[in-house]
Design a binder for this molecule. Structure first.
Ligand code: MTE
Ligand code: MOS
Length: 770
């Protein structure tokens, strides 16, 4: 593996995203851009206006009488199983007897044009019997209403340790949810074939799950359903399970009418109907010694799961596995509560519960520091995981690759952190309206899906006789550059130019039984599978070349589009032709499974992560104490990417993830009214970061010379999610600024998101004399 590190063509740091130009020139094709097939129907969903209601009857006859309307379908029209649950069971694609949130699809209207369908929706009569909704985390908790059995991670004896500790504190904190706000909303196009075959173009991170959902709803076997996705216009976890509903409903219409059918959600429909990041409330209890070293800790992590479990068990497992962040907690209990509410089912979102877990532990360390009159950085330092000892996580995994101390010291030294802090003290002493804050955020993020079975991937590689290469694998492209990275891997294996590799759409009939492209593991898994496929073909080509040159196989060398043996050489295309003539296969499937993983979902213990990805950020902010407005003035990041497969792509991932995290923690606020209706369902009321929110001074460094200690593909590390959590430094810096607005004796009461209103309130509270 290591000698294959000559990543093509040496200038891998210059290779850009394969679709970069197409993205910015509008030439990249998304599902809604595909040329329309004749008779394609457009679908609009009828959704519940109530958060909780019995559906007594649905009458579509008036709608059906409208010009252009071809079908009005409800759960009763489903011939297969009305269940698209990704993990558990009993999660209908379309509400049958009960509507469980405002926006819950209860019927579909299909018409010749979008406008006809949109108007006809208003004519569908649904008779509801309103039921009492449970909307808030605390109400679901009081009723012990959960979407699945609450899980707990335990290590040691936290109660005893807290009782014996010199100091003890309790507190609470909360963080909001987040809409994915991908540029391309959820969309699927279903095209019926002969017999009961169904071709579905779906904007999904998980084509196999969409295939399963369609097959279940239509009542046909998996081999009758093919799902294809070339690219998504952003996904961020929002297209892991949610597109299955969209694909299944499009397929339902296509199957019932025999016509192609497209379901494309408008922005506000997408925001109302599909799940988001889980909001959390946390209660904590912690015991620590005179220096601030944690002796025992108990955290309740209460998540708003929404109406069904969906992926909540995976998300909460990751929160429980990241409540330690970078700190050794020898006596710990993390209790998870997946609260079932009459709100849209929350789902995967970049970080997958990890960011929420980290928020609470950082708040606790800050609280300890405040109590002992020490800085957060000092408290962190004495609680950091060790390398030889103090290195077992609460869920029982031993950390063998810890670099967090070096990473943090390195960045702090580099940017003169202590000096900057002093400058901020001076600024704050001289200014009463504007107050600055600064904070660091170290991040340790586990790489692999918690559930070991998901850590597998397949690939399909063909070499044609003209030397061109066709590449397919189970991973999907959502803008993160996975296709480029995997193409680089194959180009490297064959030592041909990357332009020689044709990147193709992900299809369930090419590579079956895939996992979602998620958990940041896309390139780790699919890169390895593609490498395996390419190497099988290469081995056959080596045999043919050896015979051709009359040389031994170990004398054959692939270099710069040519194959050398002795003093002779052939072009890659010539050898491909000769391999065909020799009747050797130029096609192979590759496979990879991540080794040595274990996870027991009942005891919440094991070694679920193949390795950890590390990073640290430092952010400096300023707040206006009269308006509550804030700005991030400067951010420095040092991120571990292992031996980066593609530094350009990785920089983009770090920058994008950080800004997305900043949005979550500062401006993106989801507001529901007391009837469970989402009030913030468009860009006018839901504020994602704009280009001017990006810190004016934004320095990103990828850690040099840091090959992954594990034999991942070319020793690279996953990058998709970890940097999102670096944005927690912004939130901590804002808390620091709020604290400095007062006399320093009070801890700020500031949850996430720290919107201007929230900051103003926190400042007012901290300045209040009592
Ligand atoms: N980057 C872009 N541009 N668009 C996205 O939708 N999704 C993120 C991350 N980076 C996303 C992205 C999420 S949630 C994950 S899990 C990873 O990409 C998935 O891809 P990977 O495994 O190839 O990193
Ligand atoms: Mo990413 S939340 O794992 O799709």
């Amino acid at each position: 593996m290591d000698d294959a590190q000559n990543i093509v063509g040496a200038a891998h740091d210059k290779i850009q995203h394969d679709s970069a130009v197409k993205h910015v020139t509008g030439k990249a094709l998304y599902i809604d851009d595909m040329p329309s097939l004749p008779n394609t129907l457009q679908i609009v969903l009828v959704t519940s206006p109530l958060a909780h209601a019995n559906i007594k009857s649905i009458d579509g006859s008036l709608a059906l009488a409208e010009v252009g309307v071809v079908a009005v379908l409800t759960a009763k029209d489903i011939e297969g199983h009305n269940d698209i649950a990704p993990i558990f069971a009993g999660e209908p694609a379309i509400a049958d007897k009960v509507a469980e949130y405002v926006g819950h699809p209860v019927a579909v209207v299909a018409a010749e044009t979008y406008d006809q369908a949109f108007q006809a929706v208003k004519l569908v009569k649904v008779d509801y019997e309103e039921l009492e909704p449970v909307l808030l985390i605390k109400d679901a908790l009081a009723k012990e209403q959960f979407t699945y059995t609450p899980p707990t991670v335990t290590q040691g004896d936290p109660d005893k340790a807290m009782d014996a500790a010199a100091h003890r504190l309790q507190g609470e904190v909360a963080c909001g949810g987040q809409d994915h706000f991908y540029l391309e909303a959820n969309v699927a196009l279903a095209v019926p074939g002969e017999d009961k075959d169904m071709m579905v173009y779906s904007s999904t991170q998980h084509p196999t799950e969409a295939q399963h959902g369609v097959s279940r709803v239509l009542g046909v076997p998996s081999n009758a359903v093919t799902v294809e996705v070339r690219r998504m216009g952003g996904a961020f976890g929002g297209k892991e399970s949610q597109p299955t509903i969209i694909a299944a409903l499009a397929a339902l219409v296509a199957s019932k009418t025999g016509q192609p059918a497209k379901l494309r959600l408008r922005r506000d429909a997408d925001m109302i109907i599909t799940g988001k990041r889980h909001d959390f409330e946390f209660d904590y209890d912690v015991g620590f010694d005179e220096e601030g070293r944690i002796e025992g800790i108990d955290i309740a992590m209460m998540m708003r799961s929404g109406n069904v479990a969906d992926l909540s068990s995976g998300v909460l497992a990751r929160s429980l596995c990241h409540g330690d962040n970078c700190y050794y907690l020898k006596n710990a209990r993390f209790r998870g509560y997946p609260c079932k509410t009459n709100t849209v089912s929350n789902t995967a979102f970049r970080g997958f519960g990890g960011p929420q877990g980290m928020i609470v532990i950082e708040t606790i360390l800050e609280h300890i520091g405040h109590h002992l009159s020490k800085s957060l950085d000092e408290i962190r330092k004495i609680n950091f995981y060790g390398t030889e000892d103090r290195n077992v996580t609460p869920y029982g995994q031993t950390i063998t690759d810890n670099i967090i101390v070096e990473l943090t010291d390195c960045l702090m030294g580099e940017i003169n952190y202590e000096g900057r802090k002093k400058a901020i003290d001076k600024f704050n002493a001289e200014n009463s309206t504007l107050k600055k804050g600064i904070a660091a955020m170290p991040v340790k993020f586990g790489i692999s899906f918690n559930m070991p079975a998901l850590n597998q991937a397949g690939a399909l590689v063909h070499v044609y006789t003209d030397g061109s290469v066709h590449l397919n694998h189970g991973g999907t492209e959502m803008g993160q550059g996975l296709f480029t990275k995997v193409a680089q891997v194959v180009a490297t294996a064959f030592q041909v130019d990357i332009d020689n590799i044709k990147i193709s759409s992900t299809r369930t009939d090419k590579v079956p039984n895939t996992s979602a492209t998620a958990a940041s593991a896309g390139s780790d898994l699919n890169g390895m599978a593609a490498f395996d496929a390419a190497n099988q073909i290469k081995a056959r080509m080596v045999g043919v070349a050896a015979r051709h040159f009359g040389a031994s196989e170990d004398e054959i060398e692939f270099r710069q589009n040519r194959i050398y043996g002795g003093n002779e050489s052939l072009s890659f295309a010539e050898l491909a032709q000769k391999t065909w003539e020799a009747r050797e296969s130029l096609s192979a499937t590759g496979f990879y499974q991540t080794p040595d993983l274990s996870w027991d979902p009942i005891t919440c213990s094991g070694s679920p992560f193949y390795y950890f990805s590390y990073g640290v950020s430092i952010s400096e902010v300023v707040i206006d104490t009269l308006t509550g407005e804030s700005r991030t003035l400067r951010t420095d990041i040092l991120q571990d990417c292992g031996k980066s497969l593609n530094p350009r792509v990785d920089y983009g991932q770090i920058e994008g993830a950080y800004v997305q995290g900043m949005g979550w923690l500062t401006s993106e606020e989801l507001v529901w009214n007391d009837k469970g209706r989402l009030l913030t369902h468009g860009p006018s009321t839901y504020k994602i970061p704009g280009s001017r929110d990006v810190p004016p001074e934004f320095n990103i460094h990828i850690l040099d010379d840091a090959p992954n200690r594990m034999p991942t593909i070319f020793r690279s590390k996953a990058i998709g999610e970890p940097p999102l959590m670096l944005a927690i430094s912004v939130w901590l810096a804002l808390r620091d600024a709020v604290k400095r607005s007062g006399d320093g004796t009070k801890l700020p009461k500031l949850n996430a998101p720290a919107t201007p209103e929230a900051i103003l309130k926190a400042v007012t509270e901290i300045r209040a004399v009592n």
